[in-house]
Design a protein around this ligand. Structure first.
Ligand SMILES: [Fe+2]
Length: 242
């Protein structure tokens, strides 16, 4: 059982020290808009006990077509303005890959930036699932990647056919649930499905999916509340093995 509060402070702590999903790189997606904003979000993560951050900017067709070059430039710009060593933080980067035609091109050209352990954070569109997600997951696995599906609890089209969760998970696709879902930030359905996934022991990773100050305030409140201790009773996270 981890400590909910950092020794000697009253700052609530996240149940992991490795953040696997966040949008804290400056100016390249709908997360931190500039370096100052990035730094403020990073300081907040440190307060919550995070020691290692895997930044995962969106790579989405038409809206955020980030490349290894744009992502690397953003992290380099950030590093010029913050001393991560002094803060005791490690920062690396990957991406949150939307399953779309842009992603298929990236996969074909071998331009993916995997997380440590060759993990790849993937997400479906919120409107419809990728047309053949099972084959795509299989292809990723054949290429040596370990896919992690970001916030499966947020895809409303899966709510009426929950069997798909079991099928994908049994196929070896790991699941990353958003803390914000458990906090009720999006809607009650996402929270209920996140709780259901915990009850079925299908939650491998938790992530903040941190974009902005509103997310910070919501997570801060959740970490100090009763729901948090209840949710964490039956969960075995892999974040800190990454
Ligand atoms: Fe995200």
């Amino acid at each position: 059982m981890f400590n909910f509060f950092k020794r000697g402070t009253n700052r609530p702590q996240l149940p992991y020290t490795t953040e696997v999903h966040c949008h804290i790189l400056p100016g390249i997606d709908d997360g931190a808009r500039d370096v100052a904003h990035s730094i403020s979000l990073i300081h907040q993560m440190k307060e919550w006990g995070v020691k290692k951050i895997v930044a995962t900017p969106h790579v989405t067709e038409a809206s955020f077509e980030n490349t290894p070059q744009t992502i690397d430039a953003a992290q380099a710009q950030l590093r010029q303005e913050i001393d991560l060593d002094e803060l005791g933080l490690t920062l690396c980067y990957s991406a949150e890959y939307r399953l779309d035609d842009n992603f298929l091109g990236i996969l074909e050209r071998g331009e993916m930036i995997p997380m440590p352990g060759n993990h790849i954070l993937i997400e479906n569109s919120y409107l419809q699932p990728f047309w053949d997600i099972k084959s795509l997951i299989f292809n990723l696995q054949m290429k040596g990647y370990s896919p992690i599906l970001a916030h499966p609890e947020r895809y409303a089209y899966y709510y009426q056919e929950k069997e798909i969760y079991k099928e994908l998970h049994e196929q070896g696709c790991e699941f990353q649930i958003n803390i914000l879902s458990l906090a009720g930030y999006y809607n009650k359905h996402a929270k209920e499905v996140a709780e259901w996934l915990i009850s079925k022991q299908m939650v491998d990773y938790l992530g903040s999916d941190l974009h902005n100050r509103n997310h910070v305030m919501c997570i801060d409140k959740y970490l100090s509340g009763r729901d948090f201790s209840k949710h964490m009773r039956n969960i075995a996270l892999k974040n800190d093995y990454l």
